[in-house]
Write a protein that binds this ligand. Structure first.
Ligand code: SIN
Length: 320
């Protein structure tokens, strides 16, 4: 539980980026036919009581359906998080976000900031206009985590569960409890405004990398994801390498592999050719749990526990 006194004011800053949590439908019974990113973050805080001794502030950083998340928004978000966390009276930052790419933003922010204070992403599966929206409780829980004195690193809070940035994954298309942390399990739970932690917070590290992020979206290294599947071929990799109309040349490839890092032989041959030609290639498993266990003689690097979308971010950042 957050503790504070008037001489030790604690602020939690809530940054809005859009998503279903700020979505609106034409009628309250409609939980899927809504437009994401319509309600401002200040309005999302209406009616939410802050924990004792904590004050809230709101800032709109973006207003998008998170399927359209971009490097430009990620950079802006990283800069705003760094700005607010540097203020001595700020205990932590909450980010309201769409569920669809929440795990990517969480991974990105933990990778580039690894903050000593908490950044807590939260979301909703039902729009703000729903008869019984889940957003307000999720925001309240996220604020409780952000105000927890020993909290650190980037986490996500949904349906009362706190998940680490490297582990969190959307696993359900409709249920309110749509996220999971795989083998790692949750960091903890929020129960009636109290955080019950069962694992360490995500690690904080000195030397955050956000200062090096390119301002121009086109300057970010282009890394594409190609999936291996029954009947796969070399066609996608060849097309990507030949794509002269692309805004920037292909710099990296993440291969969404079957099982323990295996690839269709035709895709593997094209990937090895790409690697020979200087394109960075990384294998990440399609399986939602487990990791790739490296084998002697592997010719293509693997991303361990990272999912393909997170491996793409890791490779992009490594190429910057
Ligand atoms: C989005 O990701 O912005 C839309 C879907 C959602 O938030 O559940």
């Amino acid at each position: 539980m957050a503790t504070s006194s008037p001489s030790n004011p604690r602020r939690v800053v809530v940054l809005g980026t859009g998503g279903t949590i700020s979505g609106r439908a034409a009628n309250s019974g409609d939980n899927i036919g809504y437009t994401a990113g319509e309600v401002g973050v200040a309005d999302l805080l209406g009616g939410i009581e802050a924990p004792a001794g904590v004050t809230l502030a709101a800032e709109q950083v973006a207003q998008v359906d998170s399927k359209d998340m971009s490097f430009a928004i990620w950079r802006a978000l990283a800069l705003r998080c760094a700005h607010w966390l540097a203020q001595p009276d700020v205990a932590g930052v909450v980010i309201t976000h769409g569920t669809d790419t929440l795990e990517e933003t969480a991974f990105f922010l933990q990778s580039v900031l690894a903050p000593r204070k908490p950044i807590v992403l939260t979301c909703a599966m039902r729009p703000a206009s729903a008869l019984s929206p889940d957003g307000p409780q999720n925001v309240r829980d996220a604020i409780a985590v952000a105000a927890t004195p020993d909290a650190q690193g980037v986490t996500a809070v949904c349906a009362g569960t706190v998940l680490g940035a490297f582990d969190v994954q959307k696993v359900h298309t409709y249920r309110l409890d749509a996220f999971d942390a795989g083998d790692a399990g949750p960091v903890g739970y929020v129960e009636e405004g109290e955080v019950r932690r069962v694992r360490d917070w995500p690690a904080s590290e000195a030397g955050a990398a956000f200062g090096r992020l390119p301002e121009d979206e086109a300057a970010w290294p282009r890394v594409e994801i190609v999936m291996s599947h029954a009947g796969a071929s070399d066609a996608v990799i060849r097309a990507l390498r030949a794509d002269d109309a692309a805004i920037s040349p292909l710099r990296g490839l993440v291969l969404a592999t079957t099982g323990n890092g295996t690839l269709h032989h035709a895709l593997e041959a094209a990937a090895l050719e790409a690697q020979e030609a200087g394109i960075a290639v990384l294998r990440a498993t399609r399986c939602t749990q487990g990791r790739i266990l490296a084998k002697p003689g592997d010719k293509l690097r693997d991303a361990g526990t990272l999912t393909p979308v997170k491996a793409r971010i890791a490779l992009t950042l490594a190429l910057i």
